[in-house]
Design a protein around this ligand. Sequence first.
Ligand code: UDX
Length: 434
Amino acid sequence: MKIAMIGTGYVGLVSGVCFSDFGHDVICVDKDPAKVEKLRAGEVPIFEPGLDQLMAKNVAAGRLSFTLDLAAAVAGADAVFIAVGTPTRRGDGHADLRYVMAAAEEIGAAMDGYTVIVTKSTVPVGTNRKVAEAVAKTAGGKEFDVASNPEFLREGAAIDDFMRPDRVVVGVETERARKVMADIYRPLSLRDFPVVYTNLESAEMIKYAANAFLATKITFINEIARLCERVGADVKAVSKGIGMDGRIGAKFLHAGPGYGGSCFPKDTKALARIGQDHAVPMQITETVIRVNEEIKHRMIEKIEDLCDGQLRDKVITVLGVTFKPNTDDMRDAPSLTIIPALVGAGAKVRVVDPEGRREGEALLPGVKWVESPYGAAQGADLIVLLTEWNEFRALDMGKLARKMERPRLCDLRNVYDRDEVLAAGFETYVGVGR
Ligand code: UDX
């Protein structure tokens, strides 16, 4: 199969590289000359474990290339994937489809025979039909079909998620398009990974419903965590106890400082908008959005309590600022709500993060970036674990405690053992929901 991938952002690049690893011929297209030049030089612009090696391997095998020339990439392709950004539009909260529609028109003009145009970007229900109209405008009668193929990649685990998915979802409405999509995903279906075929609207809805459900699951346990703190229960034990029920499942039941990232915040808001537009308010999702904001603010109160109710001039060491480990992504990270509030209240905040500095520096003014957790703990009043990077799991707690006058630890991811932390010399340990 010959595939053109429009957009080399996170989703486009991971998908393009993985498709080429399936053995397909893939050309990735981007409008940004600097980006294309970097990719051609073998540089991966995002931090994703394993992506650079996989990219190099497939470029060397001659199956993967990068270009600025959309028309050349599209001509001759069996399938063209649209993986351009759909940011939240300022003002009304809708997904901004400008880039998707522009790509659709360009594709229509450039394709040279029957082509399947596949949307990978997360788009509101009904968009694929609009994509079909946009392509038809410029296609001049050339034959094509549209397909919806949402992605479910987690940052930090994207390659594994692509290569070993729980399922692949494909919305298609003709046999001919279904066959092209089946050929593209044959390496997965041959290994018994399920490919689910639906109509266009269902595929679009699956993406929103899945992300809103997962965001709800996290928010639910975060709310339970708060109640656990009041009644003397431990949310870790509660998660384990309910997660063993096969109907509930153990995943996405870790209490924390609220969900962040490029998908859950954006997709829950978009789903709420779609519900409003169709006069079917998404009441649960709307509540989840509100409660998740409250949770982030409760973390600020928790930190303030640990600083004896007074943040001014307190030295606070924050471990981890990215929205989760193994990524340099800061989008909607809880740190962007929590840290500015601490700085604003007069605290002196030191930050340690293995990958977050490049993006974080501009987003978190007034903090001091420190390389080593031990250096950052020197003379601090409080250590706050905000993102559970592996490097923070095995810290020498005794060594940290000795750097502080009154060692206090706020573990917003529940990764440490209270007894061990106290035995190592900490005066106070506070987790979430325990
Ligand atoms: C998510 C979906 O998992 C993926 O399928 C979709 O395509 C894109 O959005 P991602 O945003 O990369 O992926 O990260 P994920 O691992 O899902 O975590 C999202 C947020 O939820 C993070 O802030 C994380 O810290 C938080 N989270 C996750 C919890 O607080 N508790 C959990 O149990 C799980």
